[in-house]
Design a protein around this ligand. Structure first.
Ligand SMILES: Cc1ncc(COP(=O)(O)O)c(C=O)c1O
Length: 354
């Protein structure tokens, strides 16, 4: 964050606090003792209830963070000589410090993208050397839904991926750090995007969606899922006070807090996008389908703007920025940000005239 204490942050949904409903549930839990490592009654109940949203054959394992969730999914499904295919913008490829490569030994093969999404035809070139002992064997496709650009694969696109991966003996994983926003955008259930699609594995996000911490690894392949709990422990991701993780997912998913959070995040992102479109100097670079807005700003506006509202420059070459809405950002915050843009534009005009 910038040193001058910005008023609030559009930098990431990781920057927010904890949703009060989640905090209250955790606080309530803190009044009593319970068995550890997931053998407490609450975790058992929450896991059973989560299957109603994710699929009856879902095997659910809570972990501390999103990188671990991705790595544990891959660890469960891949051998070290196999390769994972993803978009060149995938968090798993760009922002996990080589964790999949280090932990599994697998190769990551990337595909170019301009909006974060990839299509089956793009990976055909990797499949030609199947069976060749000199080549890391493509085995799993991972899609980020919504993508790192806040765009959303349609249900048809996902079905095409499922069909293609089946035809080519590939597994399908979804990095759903913000999956709840895709369900909102597509007006479908979480089940439609997971168990209903018959994917092989899912990283289901919590931290970015108002939780204190925690993600869920969901494995659908029953043979493979028998190993997940052992790998989780080896990866040092088995939380002893598990009930504090499961209670958060209970609020977010089972009690459907996700609907309130996504409606708010999406509506405010659209509102912000509409306001930005009023400035001829700004261009929106991606469709707004989740809780983020990507826009190109005049370079000289970025530094003064960030003094009061923090955000990230996504592309240093073009000054494309990412503006992301957390559950607690308000319409007044957005109006303040727009006011700041107006102020800085005027200031800049004056400076240029002098
Ligand atoms: C799409 C996506 N996947 C995975 C992660 C990893 O989460 P963590 O930082 O908790 O490891 C992030 C974090 O920003 C993300 O945006």
């Amino acid at each position: 964050m910038a040193s001058a204490q910005p008023r609030f942050s559009l930098g990431s949904d990781n920057h927010s606090g904890v949703h009060p409903q989640v905090w209250a549930a955790m606080s309530q839990l803190s009044q009593s003792h319970a068995p550890s490592y997931g053998s407490d009654p609450l975790t058992e109940k929450v896991t059973t209830d989560l299957k109603k949203h994710l699929g009856a054959n879902a095997s659910i394992h809570f972990v501390f963070n999103g990188t671990a969730a991705n790595v544990l999914c891959l660890q469960t499904l891949l051998k070290s000589y196999e390769a994972v295919i993803c978009a060149e913008t995938a968090h798993l490829h760009l922002d996990e410090c080589g964790a999949p490569e280090k932990n599994i030994g697998c190769k990551v093969l990337t595909v170019p993208t301009s909006d974060g999404k990839i299509a089956p035809e793009q990976i055909e070139k990797f499949l030609i050397r199947g069976g060749d002992q000199h080549y890391a064997q493509p085995r799993l496709v991972t899609l980020t839904q919504p993508t790192e650009y806040g765009t959303v694969y349609s249900l048809d696109e996902l079905r095409r991926w499922r069909q293609f991966t089946r035809e080519h003996n590939l597994l399908l994983h979804i990095d759903g750090a913000r999956l709840i926003y895709a369900a909102h955008a597509l007006n479908c259930s979480l089940h439609d995007l997971t168990g209903g699609l018959e994917i092989d594995a899912l990283s289901l996000g919590g931290t970015k969606n108002g939780l204190l911490f925690g993600e869920a690894v969901v494995i659908y392949n029953s043979t493979a899922s028998a190993s997940t709990k052992f790998y989780r422990k080896q990866m040092m991701q088995l939380p002893s006070k598990m009930r504090f993780l499961s209670s958060q997912f209970n609020e977010l998913i089972n009690k459907e807090l996700w609907r309130e959070i996504t409606t708010h995040g999406y509506d405010l992102a659209k509102y912000l996008g509409a306001q930005l479109e009023g400035f001829s100097e700004i261009s929106i670079t991606q469709k707004i389908q989740a809780n983020s807005v990507f826009a190109r700003l005049p370079r000289q506006w970025v530094k003064p703007l960030r003094e009061n509202v923090f955000f990230y420059v996504w592309d240093e070459a073009t000054f494309e920025v990412r503006l992301m809405i957390s559950y607690d950002v308000t319409r007044e915050d957005i109006d303040f940000f727009i006011g700041e843009i107006e102020r800085i534009r005027e200031l800049h005009k004056t400076v240029v005239k002098q």
